[in-house]
Design a protein around this ligand. Structure first.
Ligand code: SF4
Ligand code: SF4
Length: 339
C-alpha cells in the first residue's frame, strides 16, 4: 500500500488544449483555436498560488502545446522559483532567445517529444511537414542555453523500427536520457488503434533489443519499470478539471478547481482509493524492488474496466489481454461510469 499524502508532491498542469501540430494519435484531440472554457491567465495564476500554499513541489507543464498558448510565459513566470519546473513540448517554437528565457526562469528540465528518428516519420506522425527539423533545432537551442532536456517517444507501429536510431539521436543531441512511452487509448489514438497499436511481445522485443550508448540512460513506461505513481501526483486539465493524471482524462472528473478547492479534489474517495495501491493482482518482485503495485491505473482501467485490475502492459500480469483490441466500452459509454 502507498502512503496517503495531504497534497500531491507533483502536479501536471495541462495549460492548453491548443496546438500548432496535428498528431495522428493526439490524446487531447487538440484544436488550433482556444476553447473559451480553458482557464484564463488569472485563473491559472490563482490556482498556482493555491498549489504553492499547499506545498506542491513540482509542476510538470504540458498541453496541447504549452508554447502555443499566448500567455504561457506569463504563467511560467508565475511558477518560477516557487516550484521545480518541467515543461513538455515538441520544441518547434524554441528559438535561442526563448531557450535563454527558460534558463532565466529556472526551468529545470524540458521533455522534448519526438515521434520518429527521421524527418519523414516524425512529420507524418505530427501531421506537419518541417516540424522534425524545427524540433531538433529547438532541442539544440535548449542544450546550448544550458537547459537540460530529455526526449520522449510514444512507441507506435509507425516508428517502432526507428527505436534504436531514436535513442542514438537523443544521445547525440545531448539529452540526459531517452524515454519510450506506451501508447494510451485516448482521443485520436483510440480511433486509430488498429493502425498504431502494437502487441506486447512486439513492444517487449523492441525495448529489450535497444543498445544503450555508454553513459546514457534509456527508460520506458512498461510495467514493471513504470510503477503506480498515482499516489504522489495529480493533474488539472486545460478546462480546470481535476483529473488525477493526464492519462485518466477520459475516465475521471474529480471536480472543477474554479468551484472547489483542488486539495479537496485530491481527497475525493475515488482518487484516494486509486492512490492507495489497493489492487487485485500485483507482482511481489516489483513491489519489493521498486514499491510498484499493479502498474498503471489508466491502462488497467482501459482494458479491464476495473480500477483495481492489473496493468496489462506487463508480461507477468497481462492475463491474456490482447493490447491491439480495445474493449468496446471505451467507445460506447463514459468508461468511468462503472456498473
Ligand atoms: S499530441 Fe500534442 S503535439 Fe500532437 S497534436 Fe496533440 S497536443 Fe499537439
Ligand atoms: S494512471 Fe498511470 S501514468 Fe497516471 S500516475 Fe497513475 S500509474 Fe502513472
Amino acid at each position: 500500500m502507498h502512503p496517503q499524502l495531504r497534497a500531491p508532491i507533483k502536479l501536471t498542469l495541462c495549460v492548453t488544449n491548443t496546438c500548432n501540430l496535428n498528431c495522428i494519435h493526439c490524446y487531447s484531440d487538440c484544436t488550433r483555436e482556444p476553447d473559451p472554457r480553458e482557464l484564463t491567465t488569472v485563473e491559472w495564476k490563482r490556482f498556482i498560488d493555491h498549489l504553492v500554499e499547499n506545498k506542491v513541489m513540482q509542476a510538470f507543464i504540458e498541453g496541447g502545446e504549452p508554447f502555443f498558448r499566448s500567455d504561457f510565459l506569463e504563467i511560467l513566470e508565475h511558477c518560477s522559483r516557487r516550484m521545480n519546473l518541467i515543461v513538455r513540448t515538441f520544441a518547434n517554437q524554441i528559438t535561442e532567445e526563448l531557450a535563454e528565457r527558460l534558463k532565466e526562469l529556472k526551468v529545470g528540465l524540458v521533455c522534448v517529444d519526438l515521434l520518429g528518428a527521421r524527418p519523414e516519420t516524425h512529420d507524418a506522425h505530427v501531421g506537419t511537414r518541417g516540424s522534425f527539423e524545427l524540433g531538433i533545432k529547438g532541442a539544440r537551442n535548449l542544450v546550448a542555453a544550458g537547459v537540460p532536456i530529455y526526449t520522449l517517444m510514444i512507441l507506435t507501429r509507425r516508428n517502432i523500427s526507428e527505436l534504436q536510431e531514436y535513442v542514438d539521436l537523443a544521445h547525440a543531441l545531448g539529452a540526459t536520457k531517452a524515454a519510450a512511452l506506451r501508447l494510451y487509448p485516448l482521443g485520436r489514438s483510440k480511433r486509430r488503434w488498429d493502425e498504431l497499436s502494437l502487441s506486447l511481445p512486439e513492444m517487449m522485443q523492441a525495448l529489450q533489443s535497444v543498445k544503450v550508448p555508454e553513459g546514457f540512460r534509456f527508460i520506458h513506461s512498461w510495467h514493471p519499470n513504470d510503477g503506480n505513481s498515482c499516489y504522489q501526483m495529480s493533474c488539472v486539465s486545460p478546462f480546470g478539471k481535476s483529473i488525477g493524471c493526464p492519462y485518466l482524462r477520459e475516465y475521471i472528473d474529480l471536480g472543477d478547481v474554479r468551484e472547489k478547492s483542488f486539495v479537496d479534489t485530491w481527497h475525493d474517495p475515488l482518487w484516494t482509493e486509486l492512490r492507495s495501491g489497493n489492487v487485485s493482482d500485483s507482482c511481489s518482485q516489483c513491489h519489493d524492488t521498486q514499491g510498484s503495485v499493479g502498474g498503471c491505473r489508466a491502462t488497467a482501467f482501459a482494458f479491464h474496466g476495473r480500477w483495481d485490475a492489473p496493468d496489462p502492459y506487463c508480461a507477468q500480469m497481462n492475463q491474456g489481454v490482447d493490447l491491439q483490441r480495445l474493449p468496446q466500452q471505451l467507445f460506447w459509454k463514459k468508461p468511468w461510469v462503472q456498473e
